[in-house]
Design a protein around this ligand. Structure first.
Ligand SMILES: Cc1cc2nc3c(=O)[nH]c(=O)nc-3n(C[C@H](O)[C@H](O)[C@H](O)COP(=O)(O)OP(=O)(O)OC[C@H]3O[C@@H](n4cnc5c(N)ncnc54)[C@H](O)[C@@H]3O)c2cc1C
Length: 485
């Protein structure tokens, strides 16, 4: 089968691929995104801490730091344009004892050299004034850090790209790429896609795509991070993320982070897993999270508040000679015309997605003059959340659409009107987890016990599907194998 012919094919629809899609839709180009999963946030873009990093934890003079600082500085505007919930709440990196004090001082002077705005070394009293539930003898206060919802942001970028003409195709795993005369032929299953440009944004699998295009061979090294999500009951006790002082290896391990939606995340544990891509959470790590989390956020990291766990995996590219992690790579090569290779996007890739996308667009412009798309609109509106409204706002919504008066998810107070809008999303995602990511239904204390079947019925009715066709998040993840009554 032959798919449509495009000017640009982007491989991977995570936050980076979607930011690239949005950025390139500013120009008159026919663009598509090929994504192997059934939604844009099934990779690491939907499985991270959701922190808008300041850049203090990245190396001096690196592309990571440059992109991170740039992405951080512009995010108030980006969040407004894309209707993404965001709080610039700042962050505390806390330490106890002399060794940790020294490591904070080193990090502080590194942050100053990198030009991180507004950072200050503070003592115990100021820590408590900023966050009464945080503990520590010393801390670096990083006022520019913030929290955002990573999957809402990824969806918002993708929806805005789609509104500006980009086509998304799901369940399309790229397995081979051929260069034929002046264009590329990209193979997915039994479909061939043709395009002048190919951009590799395949996240942890970018190392596999890289040699298909003729760029370098990379050993896909991976770091696995496990998290626990705490109930919203605990969320009101934490206003800022709390990180520990860097350890001997310079990394800040497990941290405690409030989410924009009012939960608290404990994690990640960081574990090198070689070439594995294993998203299973383990009992051993859950116990570790409980123990270590309690040190930073005493009295609140208790098993009774754990409502769910998840795993994120990030790739890093190692120098073949030294084995050291290398910087973000955004590569083009005259010998490989019309291709951009984006590899090694580990943390803070969420914060850096739009700056990475602009650099990809620059690489394209080095080889081809682009015409501006005058119809490009940077603004995207999300689904209006009933739970966020005051009483008058709620009454107004119900007058406009009576389905705003019918609750589907009791824990998160999500209405049938929101579910219906999510089912008709512009990307054409029709999984139950797709509705979850777009509305927060199933994300509360009962984890979908009440609303999953209601969402399944809504998908069935609105999209005229058989119940056995409704999937959770992947191929062969049927919600039901037949009618039960
Ligand atoms: C534990 C953890 C915590 C983190 N916390 C933060 C944070 O707080 N702040 C921050 O800024 N960054 C954070 N990051 C980093 C950030 O999450 C990632 O850098 C970012 O999400 C990478 O986005 P991506 O689009 O490259 O990858 P992905 O989201 O994985 O997207 C790649 C996409 O490509 C698709 N794909 C793969 N192979 C193929 C193929 N052959 N054909 C078609 N499609 C394919 C995948 O399905 C996937 O959807 C964290 C990362 C981890 C692991």
């Amino acid at each position: 089968m032959t798919g449509k012919k495009y000017d640009v094919i982007i491989i991977g629809g995570g936050v980076v691929g979607s930011a690239v899609a949005r950025e390139l839709s500013r120009y008159r180009l026919c663009i598509c995104v090929l994504e192997k999963e059934l939604d844009v946030c099934n990779g690491v873009s939907g499985r991270n801490t959701g922190l808008l990093h300041s850049g203090i934890l990245s190396g001096e003079h690196s592309l990571r730091t440059e992109c991170c600082i740039e992405g951080n500085a512009e995010f108030d505007r980006v969040a407004r344009e894309l209707d993404v919930p965001f709080k610039r709440c700042g962050k505390l990196i806390v330490g106890f004892g002399e060794r940790e004090k020294r490591s904070l001082e080193e990090l502080f002077s590194h942050g100053k050299k990198c030009g991180i705005p507004g950072i200050r070394m503070i003592g115990h009293d100021e820590i408590r004034a900023i966050e009464p539930n945080a503990d520590g003898e010393w801390a670096i206060h990083v006022p520019t850090a913030g929290i955002l919802c990573p999957y809402t942001y990824t969806i918002a970028l993708a929806e805005n790209a789609a509104r500006n003409g980009v086509h998304y195709y799901f369940d399309q795993e790229v397995t081979a790429i051929d260069r034929r005369e002046e264009s590329y032929c990209v193979h997915t299953g039994n479909t061939e896609w043709h395009s002048r440009w190919v951009i590799n944004c395949a996240g942890v699998s970018a190392c596999r795509i890289s040699p298909m295009l003729g760029f370098g061979e990379y050993i896909p090294k991976r770091v696995k991070g496990e998290y626990e999500i705490l109930d919203k009951k605990v969320g009101r006790f934490l206003s800022v993320p709390i990180y520990p002082a860097p350890g001997e290896d310079g990394d800040c391990d497990l941290h405690i982070t409030p989410t924009v939606d009012g939960n608290v995340l404990v994690g990640p544990t960081l574990e090198e897993v070689g070439e594995e891509e294993d998203y299973r959470a383990t009992r051993e790590k859950i116990d570790l999270l409980a123990r270590q989390g309690a040190r930073l956020f005493p009295n609140h990291v208790k098993r009774e508040y754990f409502i769910r766990n998840y795993v994120g995996i990030f790739p890093y590219v190692a120098d073949p000679l030294t084995g050291e992690r290398v910087d973000f790579q955004i590569q083009s090569d005259k010998r490989i015309p019309h291709a951009v290779n984006v590899v090694g996007i580990s943390t803070p890739g969420l914060t850096s997605a739009l700056p990475i996308a602009r650099r990809v667009a620059e690489k394209v412009k080095e080889q081809e003059a682009l015409t501006v798309n005058e119809r490009f609109c940077p603004v995207r509106k999300g689904i209006v959340r009933f739970a966020d409204q005051d009483d008058e706002g709620k009454r107004r919504l119900i007058r406009q659409d009576p389905d705003y008066g019918e609750i589907c998810c009791r824990c998160e107070c999500v209405t049938m009107a929101e579910i219906r809008q999510a089912v008709h999303n512009i990307l054409g995602v029709s999984t139950v987890s797709g509705i979850k990511y777009r509305t927060r239904a199933t994300m509360g204390r009962c984890q979908g016990g009440y609303c999953e079947t209601r969402i399944t019925s809504m998908i069935e009715e609105e999209l005229k599907k058989e119940v056995t066709e409704v999937l959770w998040n992947q191929k062969n993840s049927q919600m039901f194998t037949g009618r039960v009554k």
